[in-house]
Design a protein around this ligand. Structure first.
Ligand code: NAD
Length: 355
């Protein structure tokens, strides 16, 4: 086989380990900053307070109202605080929602960002921002939103509830899966994708058994970073498009929707991307990529049906229409009947064959 590819590496500094949180003040200073705005959700305000205490005089304020899907009203409130306290950088502690807020501020102000991820969503490794205005979610790519520094502290992930750990981990695997069959796949991201998938598939069962298993948490977080880099570096396809449509149009939860849809999107693409399927199956230790992904979710007690996420059955036609209304690249061409069938399989949680 001869190789032909284009690969663009993204800039960024990554600090990974256990007990890395106290390194935040040095990282703020290294950016040339002295007035950090610390961000979190209301649920993680204790983590924000912990970071503020570590920062001491380097903390200008905390803002603890980050919310799912980055509503612009929340961004505007945070921007007001940032301007009142003359913040010169942000420190986001949390999952994709909090990271999204830091990115939305950076888009408007160019303030440098330090992100401390506490889920496996991977947003910290991407130049992508999704925002919601008047109930409509739009996504854009801009190097302005790529965080400058990411500090992974495994200790902060120990409190991530088991169910969310599983769906967030499978959300990460989804980035890797699509990176393996995307049109701009390349040997570097494919290697990361395979290793990221393997790490998460190995770690998640151990986390479900014992959420405080630090070794498994470390492996999962490392896998999440690798999968996040894949999402940031190459284009995605059918699976991400479907999840975006379902999440935005039917208000379905992010990580859970990814978990339910992934095996079916992979089954749809299976015959069109045999090499990628082999690599996914190998990383999962399964004989089939699609069935292996379904079995992983089911064995960990994750949701397997769109029905259980609150999607109305009479919305399947509309969802199929929305998901096929604008053209985009996918290894197998997108056809309405095929997508309708995929959505129905996901609605009822049918296990994709073969065994
Ligand atoms: P989230 O950030 O919404 O977190 C879910 C809940 O879990 C929140 O209440 C949060 O405070 C809490 N939580 C997070 N970590 C915790 C921990 N360690 N312990 C206890 N509680 C914790 O969930 P998410 O799945 O990480 O992020 C979803 C959002 O991120 C969506 O809006 C999605 O669109 C976005 N996202 C964006 C990208 C991108 O590249 N732009 C990538 C992935 C996800």
């Amino acid at each position: 086989m001869t190789h032909t590819f284009t690969y663009t590496a993204l800039p960024g500094r990554v600090i990974f380990g256990s007990g890395t949180l106290p390194r935040i003040p040095d990282e703020v200073r290294a950016l040339g900053c002295q007035r950090a705005l610390v961000l979190s959700t209301a649920e993680q305000k204790d983590s924000a307070a912990q970071v503020a205490a570590l920062l001491g005089p380097l903390c200008a304020a905390t803002f603890t109202r980050a919310a799912m899907h980055t509503p612009v009203e929340v961004t505007e409130s945070a921007m007001q605080v940032a301007s009142e306290v003359r913040a010169d950088c942000t420190v986001a502690v949390g999952g994709g929602s909090t990271t999204g807020l830091g990115k939305a501020i950076a888009l408007r102000t160019d303030l440098p960002q330090i992100v401390v991820p506490t889920t496996y969503a991977g947003s910290e490794a991407t130049p992508i921002l999704g925002e919601t205005a008047a109930g409509r979610k739009t996504t854009q790519r801009s190097m302005k939103v790529l965080p400058e520094v990411v500090i992974y502290d495994v200790d902060l992930t120990l409190t991530l509830p088991s169910a969310l750990s599983v769906t967030s981990g499978i959300n990460a695997i989804a980035h890797a899966v699509e990176a393996l069959y995307t049109q701009d796949a390349n040997p570097v991201t494919s290697m990361m994708a395979e290793q990221g998938t393997e790490a998460l598939a190995h770690a998640l069962p151990a986390i479900v058994k014992n959420p405080l298993d630090k070794e498994a948490r470390s492996e999962a977080l490392l896998g999440a970073w690798l999968c996040g880099v894949c999402l940031g570096s190459v284009g995605m396809a059918l699976h991400h498009k479907l999840c975006h449509t379902l999440g935005g149009s039917f208000n379905l939860p992010h990580a859970e929707t990814h978990t339910v849809v992934l095996p079916h999107a992979v089954a749809y693409n299976s015959a069109a991307a045999p090499e990628a399927m082999k690599r996914i199956a190998r990383a999962l230790g399964a004989s089939s990529a699609a069935a292996g992904l379904f079995d992983l979710a089911a064995s960990l007690g994750a949701p397997t049906t769109l029905k259980s996420l609150g999607m109305p059955e009479d919305a399947l036609d509309r969802a199929a229409e929305l998901a096929t209304s604008s053209p985009y690249w996918n290894p197998r061409p997108i056809d309405r009947a095929g997508i309708r069938a995929l959505l129905e399989d996901a609605f009822y949680g049918r296990r994709p064959g073969p065994a």
